[in-house]
Each structure stands twice: as C-alpha cells, then as structure tokens.
Design a protein around this ligand. Structure first.
Ligand code: CTP
Length: 398
C-alpha cells in the first residue's frame, strides 16, 4: 500500500484524465499524501475543485497566482514519487526537451524523486517516430514508463495508447517504486505452456496448453512483490510482462535445463507447464517421407521437472505443482503431491465444464502436504491465479 507516501500527481490535457480522478481518490483512500498539479490544458478535462476535494490538498496549476509564487523546487523535493498520468504527447515532448512553460514542467525539472509516466494518446500518435524517440529519451533518464493498454480509444478507433487503469498504476507504484508486497525479496520460478518434442524438422508432439494459467500466476506473484522468472513453452499467447524475466523454450529437455539452473536460487517454484511426458528417441534431421503403409515412432520418457526439483528441494523452498485429472481426481492429486515431494498441488478436473486447456476460466482444488484441501468456484484464470498465490502466502509466508 502507498500508505504514508508523498505523491505528486501531474495531470496533462488528455481525455484519460478522468481516470486519474479515481486514481487520486484511491491513493488517498490507501493512505498516501497526494498533491495534484494540472497543466493549463488539463483544466479543460477535469475540475480543480473535484481534485482538491479528493486529494484534500489545494490543486496547483500556475507558476504564480495572487497568493504568490509556487515553490516548484520545494514541491519537487517534497515528493517520494512524481507521477504524470495521463502523459500527453505534448507534455512528453516538452519533458524530453527540458522545456519549462508551466508548473508541472518546472516541478518535473526540479524533482529529485523517481519519475513515473503513464502515457495516453491515440494509436497513430503513439506509433509516431517522434513519440518513440521522446519516450526512449525519457526512459534513458531513468524514468519509469507504465505500458499503455490496447482497446477503445477516444477517437473511436481501437488500438494501442490507452492509459493504464488506476489499479494497474497503483500496483506499478507498489511494485517498482515502493517495493512492497508480502513476497518482497522472494524469487519465484514459474513454468507455463506446452512443450514441443520434434519428430523431424517439420513435425512435433505437442498439446493444447495455452500457457494462460502459468502466465497469470507469474503476473500475480510479481504483483505481490516477488521477482519472477517465467520459463515459457511455445504457447501462442502473446505476452508482455514488464519486469518478469521470460525464458522461451521449446522442448521438455530445454525446460528442465532452465529450471534446474534457476531453482536452487529460487524461494518458490510453480510448475504449471503441460510438459510432454514422452519425446521421440530419435529426431530425424530430414523430413520423413510417407513411403510405407504404417509407421511408428519410438518414444522415451522425459524428465519429470516437478519431481526432480522436489528431490533437491530445501526446507525453505515452496514447490507447487498441478494435476490435470479425469478420474479418481482427489486420490491422484494426493498421490502426485507425495510422489513429487511438492508442498501444494492444484487439481483441475477435466470433468468440470469450466476447467481445462485454452479456456479463460478454471476450477481448482488446492491440496496441502498436511492433508488439507481448499476447493474454489469456477473463476477467470486471473482470479484463480490470485487464489493460488493467496493460499501460498497464507500457508507459507503469513
Ligand atoms: N510435470 C513436469 N515435468 C514433466 C511432467 C509433468 O514438471 N515431465 C509437472 C507438471 O507441470 C505438473 C505436474 O507435473 O505440475 C503434473 O503433471 P501431470 O502430467 O498431470 O502428471 P504426471 O506425473 O505426468 O502423471 P500422469 O500423466 O500419469 O497423470
């Protein structure tokens, strides 16, 4: 929580400014001390009275007024963080050039605290080479840039350029600036997605895993303060998890190697990948031609990554695995927990209509080593990830 933190929220002239009204209210609710600075253009989008009421502080706008000169240097030094949300194209360009024709820019130039920027603009402006260059320049100053979202834009078009949502901005501040969260200082290793075992240069043995569940868990662990490494199989899911170290692998052997290297330095291991249990004994180096009427491939077992990490697991490490079952679900899940020396097993039953590969929902039961079980309702994979990480924190880090 940003409790007790001093935050300057700079608002520029963009329609996304309405979201910053909610952001200010939430920051204050969570105990932050907030001072709002508006650029002249921002006053057309949001009212100083609303923001003064919500922030419980006078809203600042001009370099001076009848009361006197606004001390921008002291304001810049007062703050623990200077957040500009939304950051318009115009203010971005001025910041990149060091221009100083309003109070927001003067405070920016004299701020000694971290600067966080949440841009907002139409997609064509966002993609323009001058925007790219200005953003790169601001990044090179060490400023943090919160990624824009994709979706409906004020122009009526759809695309990239939406300002991050208030909750995402608060999460970002908590994670990267205030470095808070129950898993702060912990390292987590997560596997996700399928593996592809090559038969020849054009064919492979794979499965339908999308990687969504593991990716959602990686994101959730990071939200709670952990530094996360994600070992991701060849899932089609296009992801961008800022701050998560993502290692792309193809085969079970590559996934095993990546995990074996990283698990000793990890506090938490979450094995959510649907790893192929078998791989071809030989991979043909040329495409196999259809010469004979029947054809078989010799397969050998892959290394069970969860089991092998379980064998070397130290007492201060927590290991979580998944069990995807169709029959005798509970018994099989408990058996896997023991056999693989995991601390927690998350059961997905394929009998549940809301669970399984490629879906956006999942229904799980979590089993613990001391015989407890926690069933959950069908939920979105993001909510399921939050339930899993909550349970892990409650049982191992509370
Ligand atoms: N797993 C793994 N490495 C493998 C196979 C599975 O790390 N080579 C992990 C999965 O990521 C998951 C758990 O083991 O966390 C359970 O996988 P599952 O395939 O359901 O279990 P198996 O032990 O392979 O048993 P079976 O296929 O007989 O159900």
């Amino acid at each position: 929580m940003p409790q007790g933190k001093k935050i300057i929220v700079g608002i520029t002239g963009s329609i996304a400014a309405y979201k910053t009204v909610f952001l200010v209210r939430e920051l204050v609710k969570q105990g932050a001390e907030v001072k709002v600075i508006l650029t002249p253009a921002a006053r057309d989008f949001v009212s100083p009275l609303t923001l003064a009421t919500l922030s419980r502080n006078p809203v600042l706008s001009g370099l001076f007024d009848e009361q006197g000169w606004s001390n921008h240097v002291m304001l810049g030094r007062w703050a623990d963080v200077f957040l500009v949300a939304p950051l318009s194209c115009n203010t971005m360009a001025k910041m990149a050039q060091g221009a100083c024709d309003n109070l927001l820019l003067a405070v920016y130039l004299s701020a000694t605290c971290p600067v966080v920027l949440a841009p907002a603009m139409d997609e064509d402006m966002w993609q323009h080479p001058s925007t790219r260059a200005n953003l790169a320049r601001l990044g090179s100053f060490g400023h943090k840039i919160i990624p824009v979202g994709s979706g409906d834009l004020a122009s009526g078009l759809t695309g990239e350029g939406r300002m991050a949502e208030p909750a995402q901005i608060i999460d970002y501040l908590r994670q990267y600036i205030f470095k808070q969260g129950p898993l702060q200082g912990k390292k987590a290793l997560v596997t996700a997605g399928p593996t592809y075992e090559p038969i020849d240069p054009v064919r492979f043995i794979g499965n339908h895993s999308s990687g969504k569940m593991g990716i959602a868990i990686a994101e959730e662990l990071q939200r709670r303060g952990a530094s996360v490494t994600l070992v991701l199989g060849p899932s089609g899911t296009d992801i961008l998890l800022p701050g998560v170290e993502t290692i792309r692998v193809q085969t079970a052997a590559e996934m095993y190697k990546a995990c074996q290297e990283r698990f000793p330095a990890s506090d938490i291991g979450v094995m959510a990948a649907a790893v192929a249990d078998y791989t071809p004994v030989v991979t043909a180096d040329r495409k196999i031609k259809k010469t004979v009427g029947s054809f078989s491939i010799d397969l050998k077992k892959t290394t069970d990554i969860l089991k092998s990490l379980g064998e070397t697991k130290r007492d201060n490490q927590v290991l979580l695995g998944f069990a995807l079952e169709t029959d005798n679900e509970k018994m099989n899940a408990r058996e896997k927990l023991e056999k693989k020396n995991a601390d927690l097993i998350v059961l997905n039953s394929l009998k549940d209509p809301g669970a399984g590969f490629g879906k956006d929902t999942n229904k799980i039961t979590i089993f613990t080593r001391d015989g407890r079980e926690f069933p959950f309702e069908t939920k979105s994979k993001k909510e399921v990830a939050a339930d899993i990480v909550d349970t892990l924190i409650r049982l191992h880090y509370a």
